[in-house]
Ligand binder design. Structure first.
Ligand code: GAP
Length: 503
């Protein structure tokens, strides 16, 4: 859990920069039915997005891959806890008190900003200007930081110590007015609602800001029901809600999103070892699903920035078009959460080890991935623009999503080369046979090259074409999305071929 939503993005110049710009991704996502703005016909709702026909398919694939990878193990169980929980849960977890961001409002235009982001999103030139203004020195003064590194360093140190003074010197990015910001206030990011018909403080509940707490409060239930022994884990996928002050970068920071979290409970003293184990497992998951190593990196939380419950914490960061951004946190949460729930509920959260006769509160290693953020990272990482030959002998730019076949929303497309000579009938038969097992798309319109391009854009890994040779020897062509190479296989072998490729 981030007690403040403090994940950052950095703009370090990357090696292997994505071809994708955010605008291209957002436009493709809309055009091809991956993601739409929520309530678009009413002007949209900030920080909320809808998954279209291909998006929901792909998001389900991401979640299914995670679920299989994490719970098809001997020592991990799954649950699905409710989104609304007893309000005491959030007192025990520390969210009521600490899940806050300092924010300021512009008195003039009423725009609201997170203090850290407002201070962060300032050009170097402006940083220097603000440092000078802060010291009350005119532009000609000599003893001020000259290099970019020094300016950044001084600006970082000063704004950490005196954020309000700097905010007071700034212009509102929305209306341009200066000195119009309020004093910074703590803003709790949990959405509140009420259970039952009476809307008073006794009926307040929160939309969960993380799925993890549903796991902690069920620790004893799962332990007893599953007859697991420590070490073991509990995994869950589900929606989480945060009233983020600044939503941004498409699906990166939204108000409603999905998490894929696992809490692995271990004996204190073995936690460092399990922490390393799960770090390795989690990074490998992204690589196995096609992310390039150079687009992934670890960011370790500095000791003085660790959340109060954490002994150690690493983020897996992905190289988005706007810079590196966290897609998953791996945290050693110690026995903080279980101990707090024991304290607040009065119910024991301890574990009795039958073999050693020891009783202890387990430590927790958490792996916390954003399903929606990972979805976006998979989209960005797979986006390619390449030069490809046309039927006329020229070349054109093809847009292709090189998604891992297991994540691709459509697994195969079936094309009759022409709409005659029994080709459509054969193609329809293949499509009908495949449909119960795979997401299939049938397309008989336009030149076959155009049909390939349309499928490339949605990441379909294999296209099956029925042509004149099919009529003679019952073979079809299978065209590979990434290599664009074609091979012939027997028409009755298509299902077997796809099953093998999707393993
Ligand atoms: N239980 C731990 C926890 O919630 P976190 O670092 O706050 O930790 C974990 O969140 C992951 O959830 C992040 O790495 C990110 O992928 C996703 N996430 C968090 N806030 C998000 C937001 N506002 N929009 C989209 N994804 C978010």
């Amino acid at each position: 859990m981030a007690q403040t939503s403090k994940e950052t993005t950095s703009n370090k110049t990357p090696s292997g920069q994505n071809a994708a710009s955010l605008d291209k991704i957002v436009s493709l996502a809309k055009r091809r039915g991956f993601v739409f703005q929520s309530s678009e016909i009413y002007g949209g709702l900030n920080g909320c997005w809808d998954y279209g026909p291909l998006g929901v398919e792909m998001l389900n694939n991401v979640k299914q891959q995670w679920w299989k990878n994490m719970t098809y193990r001997e020592n991990v169980e799954g649950i699905d806890a409710s989104i609304l929980m007893h309000p005491r849960v959030w007192e025990a977890s520390g969210h009521v008190e600490n899940f806050t961001d300092p924010m300021v409002d512009c008195k003039q235009c009423k725009a609201r900003y997170r203090v850290d982001i407002l201070l962060e999103e300032v050009s170097i030139k402006k940083q220097l200007e603000l440092i000078r203004q802060y010291h009350g020195v005119d532009k000609g003064a000599a003893n001020f930081p000259k290099s970019e590194v020094d300016i950044k360093k001084e600006y970082g140190a000063l704004t950490e110590q005196h954020p309000q003074e700097f905010i007071n010197l700034m212009n509102c990015p929305n209306c341009g007015n200066k000195g119009t910001f309020t004093e910074a206030r703590k803003f709790n990011l949990m959405f509140k609602t009420f259970v039952g018909p009476v809307e008073d403080s006794s009926s307040v509940v929160y939309l969960r800001p993380e799925t993890a707490q549903g796991i902690f409060v069920n620790f004893q239930n799962v332990l007893t029901a599953s007859r697991q022994k420590i070490p073991f884990g509990i995994a869950q996928i589900g929606k989480a809600f945060r009233n983020e002050i600044n939503t941004k970068n498409f699906l990166f920071r939204t108000r409603e999103f999905e998490q894929m979290e696992m809490q692995f409970f271990v004996k204190p003293g073995t936690d460092d070892e399990w922490f390393e184990y799960w770090r390795g497992e989690r990074m490998q998951w992204y690589i196995d699903l096609g992310m390039k190593k150079e687009q992934l990196q670890w960011h370790r939380h500095p000791k003085d920035k660790l959340a109060h419950y954490a002994k150690d914490a690493y983020d897996i960061e992905f190289l988005f078009p706007f810079g590196w951004g966290e897609i998953e946190g791996v945290h050693n949460r110690t026995n903080y959460d279980l101990s707090r729930h024991e304290e607040y509920s009065g119910k024991s959260m301890r574990y009795f080890d039958e073999e050693t006769k020891e009783k202890y509160t387990p430590f927790d290693i958490e792996t916390s991935s954003g399903a929606s953020r990972s979805f976006m990272a998979f989209l960005v990482g797979s986006y390619h623009e390449e030069e490809a030959p046309t039927a006329e002998g020229t070349s054109e730019i093809r847009v292709v999503l090189k998604l891992h076949p297991r994540l691709a929303p459509i697994k195969t497309a079936v094309f009759p080369l022409v709409n005659r000579d029994n080709m459509p009938e054969i193609a329809r038969k293949i499509e009908v046979d495949l449909r119960p097992h795979f997401r299939v798309f049938y397309d008989d319109s336009g030149a076959v090259g155009r049909r390939y391009r349309r499928q490339d854009e949605t990441g379909t890994p294999f296209c099956i074409t029925i042509d004149s040779q099919t009529l003679q020897d019952q073979t079809v062509t299978v065209r590979n999305r990434d290599s664009m190479r074609q091979e012939r296989i027997g028409s009755t072998r298509v299902a077997e071929y796809l099953t093998d490729k999707l393993k």
